[in-house]
Design a protein around this ligand. Structure first.
Ligand code: GLN
Length: 256
């Protein structure tokens, strides 16, 4: 179970030291980073936790609000170039996400969110923009936009079945030595750096180019994040409907 944590700022300001063992999910900057339904990732985590009797509390943090450093799972979505730059600047100034990641909180970031976790990424004119440096990756702008379905085989140590998603990005991401690729690309582009990889992770910080939303299409990935948050294996649940969606998407991309 997630470690006990305080309730959000308002209650603690009043000195209410209430602790709970629920998972605190933090959806970062819905006003800047939320393309292609990425917010669905929060709903899937809530639902899959609830099916196992694990309570969750979800906090939506707008870009003019503080990021609560006591979250258990932080989610970032995709975004257009300018909102992405603004998000990187505000997150860096705020420091809450960096603090949380430093003590082992789970961070799951998609596309623009993924790029801004790195050392730098390309702005709207291709200019280098500083990221948060949470992942040892560098992104720049590619010559063409990668748009379409993507499928990848996940790094064996993560124990997650083949993942599927939708990508739409100009960014190309190169991995440094202290991250692992999330997956090897089977179809689509992914990081686009010529090595055939998609996404990257280190510890409990994981980034991907997959929208979908990624955790809706890939319950195995959702459960990986929940496992990391609770620090133990999870009860299996009936995944027949999610399985049908996965099969349909995989068949559409890889007709046999
Ligand atoms: N603006 C970034 C790019 O084009 C990210 C796009 C996205 O999040 N979909 O690479």
């Amino acid at each position: 179970m997630a470690r006990p944590h305080r309730l959000p700022a308002e209650s603690s300001k009043r000195g209410t030291a209430v602790s709970s063992s629920s998972i605190k999910i933090v959806w970062i900057y819905p006003d800047l980073l939320s393309t292609y339904g990425d917010q669905g990732n929060t709903i899937v985590l809530e639902r899959r936790a609830a099916l196992r009797g694990i309570p969750t509390e979800t906090v939506h943090v707008r870009s003019d609000e503080r990021v609560p450093a006591d979250g258990d799972i932080f989610l970032l979505g995709g975004g257009e170039d300018r909102p992405q730059i603004l998000a990187a600047q505000r997150l860096s100034r705020d420091g809450g996400l960096l603090e949380a990641a430093g003590r082992g909180a789970v961070v799951f970031a998609v596309c623009a969110g993924y790029q801004l976790l790195g050392h730098e990424f390309g702005g709207e004119e291709g200019q280098p923009v500083a990221g948060l440096g949470l992942l040892d990756i560098r992104s720049g702008r590619g010559d063409t936009r990668a748009v379409g379905e993507i499928v990848g085989d996940v790094s064996a140590e993560l124990n997650v079945p083949r993942i599927t998603g939708f990508e739409n990005h100009q960014g190309v991401t190169r991995l440094g030595p202290s991250v692992q690729p999330l997956a090897r690309v089977v179809a689509g582009v992914g990081n686009g750096d010529g090595n055939g990889f998609e996404g990257a992770y280190r510890g409990h910080v994981l980034g991907t180019y997959m929208h979908g939303p990624a955790l809706v299409r890939n319950p195995g990935l959702a459960d990986l994040l929940l496992r990391w948050a609770v620090g133990q294996e999870l009860q299996p649940i009936d995944d027949s409907w999610a399985g049908r969606l996965r099969e349909e998407r995989l068949k559409a991309v890889l007709p046999s």
